[in-house]
Write a new protein. Structure first.
Length: 557
């Protein structure tokens, strides 16, 4: 309650006459009682933690990369700085011929360079990880349905636009004594047999080769005439999952494109402490009597380092949508060759780096990777500089990408009705030795020897449900914006995102450390360099049809 004090007029002012005074009191309440339980509500820290984690859209990913390569492409060079630092093949013969041949040392391929005495590039230790490669964080941002592709399988040439689907060829064969028409797919089509009176019946899948079922399906040949199903006919397939609803369940085909959100300077790349891959380093002492500059040194052909890549700041995905306009569920560490030392990337038409897909890698010279094939250019411009040693040479390197630049990716298939994306063929880039600076002992005039690599390494940060949710058209407020409306069913169809920490019966889900309003995912990858003439073709499972696998034989057999 309020307190009042009455002061007589004579005490308030000198000589003031006395008069009656009164105070009017009101019944208005000026205070509020404190309810005891309001100050003793139990707060569940676990619930608060989980609510904040589920609402978080910030990530600080860490990628561990095991780098595997075999430095197997040798050559010769007359440029002194290269010639004096090779891993020599036959130095005794080189003394008499004065033609020094060998392998570039490991640091021309590795993530880190440690050649502090290098006078060719003006080496600075702070830039050790930026000379050979550039590193980016990307995410699948959009689709290219117009990408032109071509490939060669069993001396057959295929040329198509990616949206047309998966190429095939028809051949006549015999299976179980019956004549069949075999549809041989260039790429794994995940073909399934089906039966319908209005459609052709699939007689069988595959042939006598191991794991050929995804690549071949057969029709019983009842004596088809004409050229539509004639042997040698080539075309493209698009998969239809539900033949009762062919329009909505027909798959779409495209090249997935990645958008750059972080660049090399935004990332921290370090060597993994005390960790090596299983393959031993290959070192040699080069005696001064067997080197062109008469200097003794240790040369290293291969190394076995592992690395970690972490961004310097959090990645907020709140405004990112993937190539199907859904919330982003994967972040990619994209590694692209820079080649600043100039061993690679001599341009043709302004571009030195080539690109293709798994089916383009064969153990024979493939014209897809040729200099004059515009469709295989990676669309990354080159820069150059010149150096004079014994002779003057021009050295080329790939420029760094900018924020929001797009990089091509995997050849993919998407089905609106089932809300599923499948990788049909992985994306690869190829670096080719600049024959002006390092003349290799293999390769073709327009397709120099080099190495292939897959630049995109995916880290899953969210997982879509294995179950398709449905809702009628009156429940618009209950469905996500990325849902698909089926006219045939008059329903919206979509897959929910799992919460962090939840795993379904298939083991699908994610669970990351959470601190300071950010998730801290971690994953490890193998980054490989695949050399030309390594035998990667349809006969060993990288592309196309594999051959039968020989049984294992040990001492007990």
């Amino acid at each position: 309650m309020n307190s009042y004090q009455i002061i007589p007029s004579g005490q308030q002012f000198k000589s003031a006459p006395e008069d009656d005074q009164n105070i009017q009191l009101t019944l208005e309440q000026q205070a509020q009682s404190l309810v005891e339980f309001d100050r003793s509500v139990t707060v569940s820290l676990a619930e608060v933690y989980d609510a904040e984690r589920q609402a978080s859209t910030k990530f600080r990913p860490t990628f561990k990369v095991s780098y595997l390569y075999d430095n197997v492409i040798s050559g010769t060079t007359e440029y002194g700085n290269f010639r004096n630092n090779l891993f020599y093949v036959d130095p005794q013969a080189s003394i008499f011929s004065n033609v020094w041949g060998g392998f570039p040392q490991y640091y021309e391929l590795d993530f880190f360079r440690n050649d502090v005495d290098n006078t060719h590039i003006g080496y600075k230790s702070v830039s050790a990880y930026t000379y050979n490669w550039d590193y980016y964080i990307t995410y699948p941002s959009q689709n290219n349905y117009d990408k032109r592709m071509n490939a060669t399988l069993d001396s057959e040439f295929y040329d198509w636009v990616v949206s047309e689907g998966i190429p095939f060829k028809i051949t006549n064969n015999v299976q179980n004594g019956s004549g069949i028409l075999s549809f041989e797919l260039l790429i794994n089509g995940e073909v399934f047999s089906y039966r319908n009176q209005e459609l052709f019946e699939v007689y069988s899948l595959g042939n006598d080769l191991f794991n050929s079922e995804p690549y071949i399906f057969n029709l019983y040949n009842i004596g088809y005439t004409g050229t539509t199903l004639g042997p040698g006919t080539k075309g493209t397939f698009r998969r239809v999952v539900n033949f009762d609803n062919p329009l909505e369940t027909k798959s779409k085909y495209y090249v997935r494109q990645h958008k750059v959100i972080l660049k090399t300077n935004d990332l921290i790349i370090t060597k993994s402490g005390f960790e090596k891959n299983p393959f031993l380093d290959e070192k040699r002492l080069e005696f001064s009597s067997l080197t062109p500059n008469k200097i003794t040194r240790i040369s290293i052909r291969n190394n076995s380092n592992a690395y970690t890549v972490t961004p310097k700041r959090d990645i907020n995905i709140v405004n990112y949508l993937d190539n199907q306009l859904r919330p982003v569920t994967e972040l990619y560490l994209t590694i692209i060759n820079k080649g600043y030392s100039g061993y690679f990337n001599k341009p043709f038409g302004g571009y030195g780096l080539k690109q293709g897909w798994e089916f383009n890698i064969t153990n024979t010279n493939n014209p897809w990777w040729g200099d004059d094939n515009y469709y295989s250019n990676a669309q990354i411009p080159v820069s150059s500089y010149t150096q004079t040693d014994i002779v003057t040479k021009t050295f080329y390197y790939n420029q760094q990408l900018n924020y929001d630049d797009l990089v091509d990716g995997d050849f993919c298939e998407w089905n609106d009705y089932y809300q599923v994306e499948r990788v049909v063929s992985r994306y690869f880039q190829k670096i080719k030795f600049n024959q002006d600076n390092f003349k290799t002992t293999n390769g073709q005039p327009t397709n120099a020897a080099g190495y292939y690599y897959n630049p995109h390494n995916a880290m899953t940060i969210r997982v879509f449900s294995d179950y398709i949710e449905t809702a009628d058209s009156e429940s618009v407020d209950l469905i996500p914006t990325y849902s698909y409306f089926s006219i045939a069913d008059q329903q919206f169809r979509w897959r929910d995102l799992y919460q962090y920490g939840f795993f379904d019966q298939l083991g699908r889900g994610v669970n990351f450390p959470f601190m300071n309003d950010a998730q801290y995912p971690f994953d490890d990858f193998i980054f490989r360099l695949i050399p030309d003439d390594a035998g990667y073709d349809k006969n060993d499972g990288l592309t196309g049809l594999p051959i039968p696998v020989d049984p294992l034989i040990d001492k007990c057999e």
